[in-house]
Ligand binder design. Structure first.
Ligand code: NDP
Length: 240
């Protein structure tokens, strides 16, 4: 039986690609989601991957949700912190709700879920924590001060957890994708999208599967010496 992997927000977009790629690589996968039952059920039917509904921004819900996953599949050995949202506005127009919705879903969630699995990983001396940050956690972007802050926060979290887990067989890494064709970008106008693609040297948006490939790479037992890193996947948009 393969290792157990949980992908938060694993039923759509990048998360769905990660769930499928991990399953194809032999993992026993659970995919969580927030509320889109239709998409989750279609995903479950298509892939046979178990789905679990809870809000990753809610600590108590994460305690229950992770317990439900572990009761059904066994101890989580690979965690992909992927669930995320955007609520874009220039700072001078941003509401406290737009700020806090993004912070709780994109950053509090990383604490809320990782906290549930960290002791088990420490006890078993194996763990892989992979957090999907963003190019916008590495550089600024106008209209995204909430999102940029949360995504940069994920990178700081990853570095600290990597140090804490280093002698316990636990790695923590972030992936910073550039713009990937998913529903998250559905609110972006055609004109802005053209401008974004114009900034990508490879000349196209990324595919969710291209991010998933990196997740599978970092999840492997053989990736034990990669920790505390942020891996950029952005078609050359931020060649650092
Ligand atoms: P999608 O909007 O396509 O999918 C988001 C997933 O997250 C869905 O499964 C959704 O569940 C779930 N989710 C949202 N909020 C919550 C919540 N509160 N609790 C539990 N699950 C939740 O997003 P993407 O695939 O585009 O993005 C995935 C991650 O990658 C995000 O963290 C995003 O910031 C990051 N990213 C995306 C980029 C892009 O260009 N698309 C670029 C860089 C980073 P439900 O279906 O129920 O709504």
């Amino acid at each position: 039986m393969g290792r157990v992997a949980l992908v938060t927000g694993g039923t759509r977009g990048i998360g769905a690609a990660c769930s499928k790629a991990l399953k194809d690589a032999g993992y026993n996968v659970a995919a969580s989601y927030a509320g889109n039952d239709e998409a989750a059920n279609a995903f479950k039917k298509e892939t046979g991957i178990a789905v679990f509904k809870w809000d990753v921004g809610d600590y108590a819900a994460c305690e229950k949700g992770v317990a439900a996953v572990e009761a059904e599949l066994g101890p989580i050995e690979v965690l992909v912190n992927n669930a995320g949202i955007s609520r874009d506005a220039m700072l001078n127009k941003m509401t406290p709700e737009q700020w806090s919705e993004v912070m709780r879903t994109n950053l509090d969630s990383v604490f809320n879920v990782t906290r549930q699995v960290i002791n088990g990983m420490r006890d078993r001396k194996f763990g892989r924590i992979i957090s999907i940050s963003s190019i916008n956690g590495q550089q600024g972007m106008l209209g995204l001060s909430n999102y940029c802050a949360a995504k940069a926060g994920m990178i700081g979290f990853t570095r600290a957890v990597a140090l804490e887990g280093a002698r316990k067989g636990i790695t923590a890494n972030a992936i910073a994708p550039g713009y990937v064709a998913t529903e998250l970008l559905s609110g972006v106008s055609e004109k802005v999208m053209e401008a974004i693609v114009g900034q990508i040297p490879v000349g196209r948006l990324g595919e969710a599967e291209e991010v998933a490939r990196c997740v599978v790479f970092l999840a492997a037992d053989e990736a034990a010496w990669i920790t505390g890193s942020t891996i950029s996947i952005n078609g050359g948009q931020l060649a650092d």
